[in-house]
Design a protein around this ligand. Sequence first.
Ligand code: AMP
Length: 180
Amino acid sequence: MSDTSIDFVSAIRTIPDYPKPGIMFRDITTLLADPEVFRAAVDAMVSPYKDQGVALVAGIEARGFILGGAMSHQLSAGFVPIRKKGKLPHETIRVAYSLEYGVDEMEMHRDAVAPGTRVLLTDDLIATGGTAEAAVKLLRELGAEIVGACFVIDLPELGGRRRLEALGVSVKTLVAFDGH
Ligand code: AMP
């Protein structure tokens, strides 16, 4: 899935000890601000799914919205947001989940995905996989067929990929960083 001519790792900024001590925050705003790298990242993320009949891209708030919107356009698919609780105006379904640094709840509109719809899940980064697992639960509750999950960044030591694969979801990532 990686474009070897583009250095995605160098385009990502690392902020030590944010939002709390011990976390190495992988900041993709620097990647998004570079026209060539942003396009290459989106191209690389959608390329495995071009002929997979993806009808909807589901993006996890908030950085998954930026990537997912661009990916939807590339795939001529629709986009559906998976949001923090209390943000969506219509009737929702909700799931609780734990993060690498906290606990939260996320929601989708109850009518966002028709049963059997082929959905590609995306976010900027997979760490423990708790966030993505919660998103998979919401999507499956609505009857979605999850084509795959893709992320710019994998933190392999935290096991998120294995956690999603154990749920039967195939995972693709552009780059990996050691540690948290
Ligand atoms: P997890 O649920 O542990 O897989 O965490 C993934 C979610 O938390 C994603 O939405 C990420 O944007 C965010 N996140 C977790 N760890 C980091 C990190 N080290 N740098 C940037 N974002 C992170």
